[in-house]
Write a protein that binds this ligand. Structure first.
Ligand SMILES: [Cu+2]
Length: 342
């Protein structure tokens, strides 16, 4: 190569690298996403919840040996989404969300507004993780804001939260990640009552107009939480049957709708809540998952208030177990099934 050709070659390489870098920056930082205000209408409502709606399919013999199936219906309170501020028409949500409240979505630059109507019989609030808020929008009991950011029965409160880059997935994490929201008037009992849900934040580079990510075909959210339905005065033996080792509020493989097809890229958003007994290890049969592009596994460690998003390529058709791998929790029915259509 002559000296002149070498120079031309080096200049060409330099320009190629420059263009690649420029594309990459614009792709990851800005994209073509226009930030907006997303408004959600969410009510707290007292409901009857069934932890095992299909348990009648189990044989009498099996029902008898499983103390957790003796009683499956309890009074709960849930976050329920409506289409507008008249709170007349409920918005449908996927069956697999179970007892969870609606998915709140956002993209960096967005403002999220939640018009909260308390139709239940106790004072509740909505406290978000990961988002930017002022004390008036924090959703906790604070003397300095005079308890304004919550709603007594029959009242409304509107929360305003900002989605910043701090809430978004970093480059190696994939296009979206999960956060929690929950009532925080009594941060312990409000959660056992059923008042929690997911926030999913998508990077600007990956966001569709509706806030869903472009880099996967499906997203599922699963919460591992042992609901304590026991009452004072019960013996320890009696209490055990009222500890509902649930995934999204369902026990013994009754969680519906975890369905995908062969080849789907699937993002599983995992949430934990609860107390010392809530040490969970969600495990997929039949597949592995990539944890934020760092490593591959088929068991993830979840502690109370953990929020972990992992990616699966559904390449092994079949009906597979998805359960907590803690021995005591397997016995108590902390399991679900998921299906990959071939
Ligand atoms: Cu567990």
């Amino acid at each position: 190569m002559t000296y002149k050709k070498k120079i031309i070659f080096l200049v060409a390489i330099f320009f190629a690298l420059f263009i690649l870098t420029a594309c990459n920056i614009s792709n990851t930082k800005a994209g073509d996403y226009n930030p907006r205000t997303r408004t959600y209408y969410i009510a707290a409502e007292d409901v009857e919840w069934d932890y095992a709606p299909e348990s009648k399919d189990l044989s009498e013999e099996k029902l008898e040996e499983k103390v957790w199936l003796t009683q499956t219906k309890y009074d709960k309170t849930r976050f329920i989404e409506y289409t507008d501020d008249t709170f007349a028409v409920k918005k449908e949500q996927p069956a697999w969300l179970g007892i969870l409240g609606p998915i709140i979505r956002g993209v960096p630059g967005d403002t999220i507004k939640v018009v909260f109507l308390n139709q239940a019989n106790k004072t509740y609030s909505i406290h978000p993780h990961g988002l930017l808020y002022t004390p008036e929008n924090e959703g906790v009991v604070r003397d300095d804001v005079g308890g304004k950011d919550m709603a007594a029965p029959g009242e409304r409160y509107t929360y305003t939260w900002q989605v910043t880059e701090d809430a978004a997935p970093s480059l190696n994490e994939g296009g979206s990640k999960v956060w929690l929201y929950h009532s925080h008037v009594d941060a312990v009992s409000d959660i056992y009552e059923g008042l929690m849900g997911p926030i999913i934040i998508t990077s600007r580079a990956s966001a569709n107009e509706d806030g869903t990510p472009r880099d996967v075909d499906k997203e599922f959210v699963t919460l591992f939480l042992i609901f304590d339905e026991s009452e004072e005065g019960m013996s320890d033996e009696e209490k055990e049957g009222h500890l509902k080792h649930a995934i999204n509020g369902y026990i013994f493989d009754t969680l519906p709708g975890l369905e995908m097809k062969k080849g789907d890229k699937v993002r599983w958003h995992l949430l934990g809540l609860g107390t010392e007994v809530d040490l969970h290890t969600p495990h997929w049969h039949g597949e592995t998952v990539s944890v934020r592009g760092q490593y591959t596994t088929d068991v993830v460690e979840l502690l109370p208030a953990s929020m972990i998003s992992v990616d699966m390529v559904a390449d092994n058709p079949g009906e597979w177990m998805y359960h907590c791998h803690v021995g005591d929790h397997i016995t108590a029915g902390m399991s679900a099934m998921y299906t990959i259509a071939g």
